[in-house]
Structures are given as structure tokens and as C-alpha cells.
Write a protein that binds this ligand. Structure first.
Ligand code: CTP
Ligand code: CA
Length: 223
């Protein structure tokens, strides 16, 4: 049993994956979120565990059952995800940022329920800190993989994120396409590595896509 474990491709490696949406509170009854289901990140966590990694899953609110045998850190907001991910970063060999982190959060949270009064309601939002960009800046020996969720110019926008966030690989998916992205059981992805090499995959189950991603992570570790 132990011998077998050591033969697994990610044996002895620590891998952190983030998954799901974040939830940004506005008042005691309301919040902002997005359509992320968490399925892709959970599939990566499950595949990494199967391949022998010591897995930490930092998850926003989802309805999914986490795979067994991994460490799960549940978070709600972008701020909480930032703090949790950063607290684990130094000890990781591989970090895959699959979560759909809120880009903006309310400037202030109402202490009491906001009551209906005017015909319109303007809410002021402020940018959240970019977790992945921060990881790119603090990167030592980690393999850092990010996602790019796009509805247009998939390749060029993904390439731009790869460079701007100092990633080893970016995974682009067109979230406006049927069978790709939010809520779907399948995903159609393009993987771009920092050496410029690209791999476009057909629509795959998120389980299969997760293995394809880890396959490329192994390739990055060999270099
Ligand atoms: N991301 C993050 N922290 C944020 C926002 C995004 O870590 N506050 C990460 C996501 O987890 C993902 C990557 O950045 O791995 C790309 O997210 P995406 O929404 O596609 O890109 P953004 O950089 O947020 O830019 P935009 O939404 O304008 O396309
Ligand atoms: Ca974003």
C-alpha cells in the first residue's frame, strides 16, 4: 500500500486548489455572488488526491461534497479566501486558482436590512485584492496555475493574465459557450504555458479536464 502510494505521480507534493464563487455581503439579507458551481475545482482536488498529492481545498460556498482524505478550508468572501490561501502558500508545491473570486465588494455593509424606499438604488463597490496576482508576486518555487473566464478574445485575454500574474500556466475557458464553464458538468479549455506552448482540448467532463490539467502540471514540474 505505502509502496503503491509513492509511485503515484504527485506523491509527496502539496497541492492547493481554490474552488467555487465568493459571496460578498451587502446587508444581513443580501449578497453578491456569481454562477460558479465549484465543480471544476472539486474535480481538480479529487484528481490530485487520486494522484497522491496532499491536497488543500479552499472553497467558497458550494453545494458539493468535498472528496474524502483532503483538507478542506471553507471560506465565504474574497477577503477570507485571500487570507486563507496566503496562509497556506509558503508550504505548497502547486497552487491552482480555480475559484471565481468577486472582483468587487460593497464599500460598506449595512448593519440592518436595507429598506425599500426610492425607485432606484445605487450601491458603491470597491475592487477586491487579486489573490492570484499576489501569489505571482510572492512566488518562490511553487507551480502557479490560474484560470481565465472569458466571454470574448479567449486566447489573448488568457495570455495577458498569464503574463500579468506571473503564472506558469493559464487555463482559459469561454464561459459564454454551451458545455463550458459555470454550472456545467463539462468544460472546454485551452491551456497556455509560460513558454508559449498551447493545448486546446475538446469538450471534456470536468473530471477528465482535471486530469489533463494535472498532466500539464507534471510536465511543468519536470523542467
Ligand atoms: N482571481 C483572484 N482574485 C481576484 C480575482 C481573480 O485570485 N480578486 C483569480 C481567479 O481565481 C482566476 C484568475 O484570477 O484564477 C482570473 O480570474 P478572471 O476573473 O478570469 O480574471 P480577472 O483578473 O479577475 O479579470 P477580469 O474578471 O476583468 O477578466
Ligand atoms: Ca474576475
Amino acid at each position: 500500500e505505502t509502496d503503491k502510494k509513492q509511485d503515484l505521480p504527485l506523491a509527496g507534493k502539496k497541492l492547493l486548489v481554490t474552488a467555487g464563487p465568493t459571496r460578498e455581503e451587502l446587508d444581513p439579507v443580501r449578497y453578491f455572488t456569481n454562477h460558479s458551481s465549484g465543480k471544476m475545482g472539486y474535480a481538480i482536488a479529487a484528481a490530485a488526491k487520486k494522484w497522491g498529492a496532499e491536497v488543500t481545498l479552499v472553497s467558497g460556498p458550494t453545494s458539493l461534497q468535498p472528496p474524502s482524505g483532503i483538507k478542506v478550508e471553507n471560506v465565504i468572501s474574497a477577503r477570507e479566501m485571500y487570507d486563507k490561501v496566503l496562509s497556506h502558500y509558503n508550504s505548497q508545491d502547486i497552487v491552482i486558482k480555480c475559484a471565481a473570486v468577486a472582483d468587487y465588494t460593497p464599500v460598506s455593509v449595512f448593519e440592518n436590512k436595507f429598506k425599500k424606499k426610492n425607485d432606484t438604488w445605487t450601491i458603491e463597490l470597491k475592487k477586491t485584492d487579486d489573490i492570484l496576482k499576489t501569489l505571482g508576486e510572492k512566488k518562490e518555487n511553487q507551480i502557479l496555475v490560474g484560470f481565465a473566464a472569458e466571454t470574448e478574445n479567449l486566447e489573448s485575454y488568457a495570455q495577458d493574465k498569464l503574463e500579468r500574474k506571473n503564472l506558469d500556466m493559464v487555463i482559459g475557458n469561454d464561459v459564454s459557450k454551451e458545455g463550458s464553464g459555470f454550472g456545467s458538468d463539462t468544460n472546454e479549455i485551452i491551456m497556455i504555458k509560460k513558454d508559449g506552448s498551447k493545448r486546446t482540448l475538446p469538450i471534456l467532463s470536468k473530471e477528465k479536464a482535471a486530469e489533463e490539467i494535472l498532466e500539464q502540471v507534471l510536465d511543468l514540474m519536470k523542467r
